[in-house]
Design a protein around this ligand. Structure first.
Ligand SMILES: CC(C)(COP(=O)(O)OP(=O)(O)OC[C@H]1O[C@@H](n2cnc3c(N)ncnc32)[C@H](O)[C@@H]1OP(=O)(O)O)[C@@H](O)C(=O)NCCC(=O)NCCS
Length: 185
């Protein structure tokens, strides 16, 4: 389970089976699909994925998908994947999706800041990373605007949807988070 996080405009919460239709709808959008490997074929597939998530703990090795909802409304506007690495649980990878109608309103920035606060301040993680296709301009802008450091640009390093693609790795260390937020080390 995931303990709800309230931000100024959002509620980050566990996904529930009732979210399946909404998740399926925005994850079928061509703009959302373009850089994502998960392409659900039906709402049923999403529902069974959500059901499998219900029995998972947050902050254990593996992926956990957190729902993003606007406060005071029903229905998701997106989701954020949090991957505690199997090789070292102090390192976490994140990935985020916001439905097209709610993009460019700062919701991804607000969600990621809340997730980073949870990971660094409450769960004492050491390093958070994100992997972005350099052609994904909104995602590249997002990573820079939340303060991630570009660590590397790997050329044609991933086989994705029938072709080799580049991969840009972004990272943030706990020390960098503390410095940016003027917290004691
Ligand atoms: C990437 C994504 C999550 C950004 O969500 P969002 O809620 O629109 O992002 P925000 O409104 O918080 O904006 C974050 C930054 O991106 C910029 N941005 C947003 N949409 C943009 C666009 N279409 N083109 C260029 N920059 C854009 C914003 O200007 C902002 O930068 P700034 O702070 O310097 O102004 C969203 O576009 C999305 O879900 N895309 C499809 C799924 C995907 O590819 N996810 C990434 C996988 S890692």
């Amino acid at each position: 389970m995931f303990q709800d996080i309230l931000t100024e405009r959002l509620c980050l919460r566990s996904l529930c089976p009732d979210d399946a239709d909404k998740v399926f709808a925005y994850r079928c959008d061509p703009g959302v699909l373009q850089y994502q490997s998960w392409e659900p074929k039906s709402a049923e597939e999403v529902r069974s994925f959500i059901n499998s998530m219900l029995t998972r703990e947050f902050n254990v090795p593996g992926w956990y998908q957190v729902g993003i909802e606007r406060r005071g409304t029903r229905g998701l506007i997106g989701d954020c994947g949090v991957h505690v690495l199997e090789t070292d649980s102090r390192i976490v990878e994140i990935g985020i999706t916001i439905e097209p109608a709610s993009q460019s309103m700062g919701y991804a920035t607000e969600s990621i800041n809340a997730i980073l606060e949870l990971l660094f301040e409450r769960l004492s993680k050491h390093r958070v990373i994100a992997s972005v296709d350099p052609g994904n301009l909104p995602s590249m802008a997002l990573m820079k605007s939340v303060g991630f450091r570009k660590e590397g640009h790997f050329v044609q390093s991933l086989w994705f949807k029938d072709g080799w693609v580049d991969d840009v790795v972004f990272a943030m260390l706990a020390d960098e988070w503390r410095l940016a937020h003027q917290l004691p080390g």
